[in-house]
Ligand binder design. Sequence first.
Ligand code: PBG
Length: 336
Amino acid sequence: MRPILTPVQAPFPATRHRRTKRSAALRNLVQENRLAVHDLIWPIFLREGTAIEEPIASMPGVSRLSIDRAVVAAERAVGLGIPALCLFPYTEPALKTLDCAEAWNPENLTNRAIRAIKAAFPELVVMTDVALDPYNALGQDGLVRDGVILNDETIEALVKMALIQSEAGADILGPSDMMDGRIGAIRSALESAGHKDVTIMSYAAKYASGFYGPFRDAVGASGLLKGDKKTFQMNPANGDEALRLVARDLSEGADMVMVKPGLPYLDICRRVKDAFGAPTFAYQVSGEYAMIKAAAQNGWVDGQTVMMESLMAFKRAGCDGVLTYFAPEAAALLRG
Ligand code: PBG
């Protein structure tokens, strides 16, 4: 950086950064990034039943909602100005099979919830997760044969799932499975079926992370999962590979891309945004949420301050938006 004043002319100190920090108004004038309610996507968990809000122990403040309560959450989102919900089902153990057929049942929990929410609030964007893990008896994101996750067979299942979700009214499909070629396969199936306007947010740079623990409790996959997800999710040591995956998914027809988890991968967010300029989102995952909540509950950090600081970090890293369980709490604060 070139100094504005030469050392000879400069009074001491050459620059007083404190000049622009003197008042809230001045700090506001020079603020580089803004977090707004319209940056937030709110992930919610679904379960069967009526009038049920079942707290998730490892995610304080988050509950599994029956569809009627999910519609209430949708109303809350609309009231707060949150533009989008993302739906994740807790599947009854009896519905989990090796072929994952419940995933493309038009009457499954997710598809009924999409219809109920879109009927009540047509303007609210509904995003889904396209992956087999909630429906898989083995807790894996793909079909498994002899302990191996099958790539191409899994894609056929994902395509069926994506089409059914689109028919139910989903606005954004979020393939989170990390199989190779699924974006292209889903995109061409959508085109052929006349779902030309359904958008895809690819979980493009999704790492094999320990931060998903509470989520797996929430969808009931924790006890089931055999092994890990390292044969398809990314190695946390890799950065360049994320750029190759994002390039691939964009070329196959993704409209938006996601980096996941969020805070430990802010460098990836920045690199993706700089390299492609595409709509870039981060997923502040369950474990990140749980850490902040736990520390706040213990009085070790100020919960609101840390929540807002963590969300602003995504904007600073170049993200257009963020999926976060904090969405309603943050939106309420942002609206004052
Ligand atoms: C599964 C999926 C996961 C999450 C979103 N979709 C878990 C996983 O990959 O094991 C995690 C989200 C979170 O932790 O909040 N396809």
